[in-house]
Design a protein around this ligand. Structure first.
Ligand SMILES: O=C(O)c1ccccc1N[C@@H]1O[C@H](COP(=O)(O)O)[C@@H](O)[C@H]1O
Length: 199
């Protein structure tokens, strides 16, 4: 099970997630209580072991700004939330970025990973980073294919049941491993990753 812990803001957050076995860590450039500026992101990327994928998280930001921030911070992949057309993916792919296509599930959502050239598809709640769960039964009859991550209100306590229900390729968590909004709880990060390992 691939695991990503998102919204990290300190070196201690990164070290905890990496030591507890996260495959990826996320740094939020979008408007959020978890937002980090470019110098902070660069510092956190440098503090991340090379075996752990670093992901920059963006929402409705022009691709020129996305590319500039991703390049300057050195993240290994770009996660796009919002209303990006196919051409935005082509633009960033053409510049050599690995992409995560993040979306809520609607009847129109393309659930084939790679349909826009992305490495991973992230299915999230309608308000990304809110900690709200969404109705996983909406996936019945239309299972996503490939490297897709489940996100949205996951916690150490509910992650096993969610995995049993929809069998994702990977998991992404932020709010569920916090003590208060934007502040990571290291015990909860360890508990989440331990629970994910046993699924
Ligand atoms: O974390 C945020 O505030 C955020 C802001 C804008 C876009 C994405 C954001 N976070 C993403 O939300 C999921 C985790 O959600 P949850 O908090 O566990 O419910 C994850 O993909 C983050 O990258």
């Amino acid at each position: 099970m691939f695991t990503k812990v998102c919204g990290l803001r300190t070196e201690a957050d990164v070290a905890t997630a990496a030591e507890a076995g996260a495959d990826a860590v996320g740094f939020v450039f979008a408007a959020s209580p978890r937002r980090v500026d470019e110098p902070t992101a660069r510092r956190l990327v440098a503090a991340t072991p090379p075996s752990v994928l670093t992901v920059g998280v963006f929402k409705d930001m022009p691709t020129g700004e996305v590319a500039a921030l991703a390049r300057a911070s050195g993240v290994g992949a770009v996660q796009l939330h919002g209303d990006y057309p196919r051409s935005a993916f082509d633009d960033l792919l053409g510049q050599g970025f690995r992409l995560v296509r993040a979306t809520a599930l609607t009847p129109a959502t393309e659930v084939t990973t790679g349909a826009y050239g992305e490495d991973m598809l992230l299915l999230d709640s309608p308000v990304a980073g809110s900690g709200e769960r969404w109705d996983l039964t909406a996936l019945t009859g239309r299972p996503p294919t490939g490297h897709w991550l489940l996100a949205g209100g996951l916690t150490p306590d509910n992650v096993r049941a969610a995995v049993t229900e929809v069998a994702p390729w990977g998991l992404d968590v932020s709010s569920g491993v916090e003590s208060s909004r934007g502040v990571k709880d290291h015990g909860r990060i360890r508990a989440f990753l331990a629970a994910a390992r046993t699924t």
